[in-house]
Design a binder for this molecule. Structure first.
Ligand code: C2E
Ligand code: CA
Ligand code: CA
Length: 685
């Protein structure tokens, strides 16, 4: 009999006591098993004896070799571990392991006393869990005594308040005091709620230890004891400042313009509706102003968008400075602003504000070290005469603004006559669409004359519209409109083709014309242009050299790589390129050099008043200087009398064009020009 076996009877004796006992050899094989163990684990001793103790483990993660070594050297140990019942159920046990030794002190075996501690453990786990929630939840939690003095709080609360526990213990927290404003609730209502319902929940302002005030959500409960006596207050709080900031950010993005921080278009409508319904109620009147910067595109082109943005910000500030607090200023998009004036007594009040705005906006701006001056147009509609809702008032003010722009006026009130005009525009657009199909366009030709010989050397083709009701419509009445709507592309194609056909026909008839000048709108500049034009040349067997293409300064100012490439291709194809209306754009003379130009056309506004008007004389001399410098030929437009013609000829201007020499003429009149073809006799220099 090994000494160990002497113990088996003892274990069996203990079999009936409630405690579970097992014996293990030094390798962990079960050698003893009492009734308690049988009840606890469900195995009978016949099943389990000789099995390894691992059979009882719930998890195989414990390192039993280490454990046994530890027990053997320490003599005993207590552990709380999970075990598995024969039916698979897991439960917590406390094991007290003892080592049994022989007289020489050599370890013989181990004996374990095992208690089921599942109930105890689940309580512990629960409270540990609660403690961990208390510790880790992002919500701030505070527990106070019945006098609202803090007895416990979690790290989230300390973090939120920026405080340490010792400073708070025993003190009444801010949310239980009166001094902090409570949104939608005051101490009296909160206390009343706590008394009747035992609970209050809502938003309020809290103050951090550094003095910052922030919005928070508070849920406050009173905890009562058995005799309904108040024991504690229990508060859970969430810091709303981040969420508020995010909400505000979303609101800002949706309703405010990011550049000027003004309300945007959609916000404007709701602000206006609000203000208008207030005005309706009070029977007061108001006005709506649409403000637009003239030629803003050119500013963007010359100063890049950054420069344009800088100006917009300053413009917004200047407009704002002319308004009262209750007036609404919004950015409508691009270079357009809307202004709502409320409680004005009469139209004149709105006009005065418009004037003030104009004056403020007209002051110089300094962008990229350059001083620039801008012009603007304002259209105004008046409430309630012109309309009663925001939508309508904005529309009417916009119509008035466009009208102001066309008439080069600074500010205009809407009038019903304008509406008629916009209806007329609508009709114009429909008619213009049909004009091409119905072949209602015609070309007139205006001679261009050599300043040296007086001989006709070319002609500019100028389009006319023979409208069935209105008769002959000059291009100024439909070309700008056609440019806006894009119809100019189709009209331009027609013009080019018609001019080429005419030139071919004249050549066949023996009417020799060095060149025909054809106007090209910037909108015609697409990658298809060169192929289209050269195809027409081929169709009529015309050399590109016989065609002069007149382009505008606006085209060159916005010229990107694509446009530059198209200009180069046109030049290479042999076309002559002329820059029309030279001097009227925002010109930066440097750009002239970068394009393959042949001619400059001096705008008629500079020719007018020659040679008396000394500033025009200076401008024309300067333009001639530039042309000579860049090796460009010059054509003067709008020559209306002999004095002008002689003066320009004396300045070495190459060609002249204008009513003095000939008006734009229909084909048969052009053909009937004097056979000598001399229209002007230059005085000998
Ligand atoms: P533009 O290209 O500057 O054409 C010259 C304009 O000045 C013509 O007006 C012509 O009739 C006018 N004019 C000529 N000599 C004199 C003069 O001595 N005194 C005055 N006061 N005016 C003179 P028009 O034909 O009414 O054309 C106006 C504008 O319409 C043109 O200005 C051009 O920008 C545009 N346009 C005309 N035809 C076409 C076209 O086929 N395509 C495109 N894109 N634009 C065209
Ligand atoms: Ca022209
Ligand atoms: Ca011109």
């Amino acid at each position: 009999m090994t000494p160990g076996n002497e113990l088996e009877p003892a274990i069996r004796i203990l079999g009936d006591i409630n405690a579970s006992l097992i014996a293990l050899d030094l390798e962990g094989y079960i050698t003893g098993w009492n009734g308690g163990a049988e009840r606890l684990f469900g195995y009978g001793s016949d099943e389990i004896l000789g099995q390894h103790v691992l059979t009882l483990y719930a998890e195989e993660t414990e390192d039993e070799a280490d454990l046994f070594n530890h027990v053997i050297s320490a003599g005993e140990t207590t552990l709380e571990v999970k075990r598995r019942h024969k039916d698979g159920r897991e439960f917590w046990v406390q094991i007290h392991l003892n080592v049994v030794r022989d007289e020489a002190g050599r370890p013989l075996r181990m004996v374990g006393f095992i208690h089921d501690i599942s109930d105890q453990i689940s309580d512990q786990i629960r409270s540990r869990l609660l403690a961990s929630v208390f510790k880790h939840t992002p919500d701030a939690i505070v527990i106070t005594d019945e006098n609202a003095r803090l007895i416990e709080c979690n790290p989230a609360y300390l973090g939120m308040m920026g405080d340490q526990l010792p400073q708070l213990l025993g003190k009444v927290p801010g949310f239980m005091r009166e001094e902090i404003g409570r949104k939608g609730a005051n101490k009296i209502t909160i206390d009343a709620h706590l008394q009747t319902m035992g609970h209050w929940e809502g938003e309020l302002w809290l103050r951090r230890s550094n003095g910052d005030v922030f919005p928070a959500w508070l849920s406050l409960s009173a905890v009562h004891g058995r005799e309904k006596s108040l024991l504690n207050y229990f508060a859970v709080m969430a810091d709303l400042s981040e969420r508020k900031a995010a909400e505000e950010q979303i609101f800002r993005l949706a309703y405010f313009d990011t550049l000027t921080r003004l309300p945007n278009r959609s916000h404007l409508f709701s602000l206006l509706e609000q203000a208008l319904s207030e005005a309706r109620r009070q029977q007061s009147s108001g006005a709506l102003l649409c403000f637009n910067i003239a030629g803003f595109k050119a500013i963007n082109d010359s100063f890049t968008h950054r420069g344009g943005d800088e100006i917009l910000v300053v413009v917004a500030e200047r407009i704002r400075s002319c308004l009262r607090d209750e007036d609404v200023l919004a950015r409508f998009g691009g270079d357009e602003f809307c202004i709502g004036l409320f409680d004005i007594r009469q139209r004149e009040d709105a006009a005065i504000v418009a004037e003030r705005i104009m004056a403020a906006v007209a002051l110089p701006y300094y962008i990229q070290q350059e001083e620039i001056v801008i012009k603007a147009h304002i259209g105004m509609s008046v409430f309630p005469e012109d309309g009663r809702d925001a939508d309508k008032l904005i529309n009417l003010a916009a119509i008035a603004m466009h009208r102001a722009k066309q008439g080069r006026q600074s500010a205009l009130f809407y009038s019903s006559e304008m509406n008629q005009r916009s209806l007329a525009r609508l009709k114009l657009s429909t008619d213009l669409h049909h004009a091409l199909e119905r072949d209602e366009f015609e070309l007139y030709y205006q001679p261009q004359v050599s300043a040296k010989t007086g001989l006709i050397c070319g002609a500019e083709a100028l389009v006319r519209w023979r409208h069935p009701q209105r008769g002959l419509v000059p291009p100024n009445e439909f070309i700008p409109f056609a440019e806006e709507t894009g119809l100019i592309v189709a009209i331009g194609s027609w013009v080019f083709k018609a001019a080429c056909r005419q030139l071919a026909q004249w050549r066949q008839q023996g009417l020799l014309l060095e060149r025909i000048a054809i106007n090209l709108s910037p909108r015609q500049f697409s990658h298809r242009l060169v192929a289209e034009l050269t195809a027409v040349l081929a169709e009529y067997q015309i050399a590109a050299e016989w065609i002069e293409l007149e382009i505008t300064e606006t085209l060159l100012m916005k010229a990107d790589e694509d446009i530059s490439a198209i200009l180069d291709q046109l030049h290479q194809a042999g076309f002559t390129l002329a820059l029309d209306d030279f001097g009227t754009g925002y010109s930066n003379l440097g750009y002239l050099r970068s394009f393959p130009l042949d001619y400059l056309k001096i705008d008629q506004s500079f020719v007018r008043g020659l040679p008396q008007n000394s500033s025009n004389v200076a401008i024309v001399r300067a333009i001639i200087g530039i042309a000579q410098n860049l090796d460009l030929q010059l054509i003067a437009e709008g020559v209306e009398n002999d004095e002008q013609a002689q003066f320009l000829a004396s300045l070495d201007c190459h060609q002249l064009q204008g009513y003095y020499l000939a008006r734009p003429l229909p084909v048969h009149e052009f053909e009937a020009l004097p056979p000598t073809r001399i229209l002007f006799e230059p005085k000998a220099a």
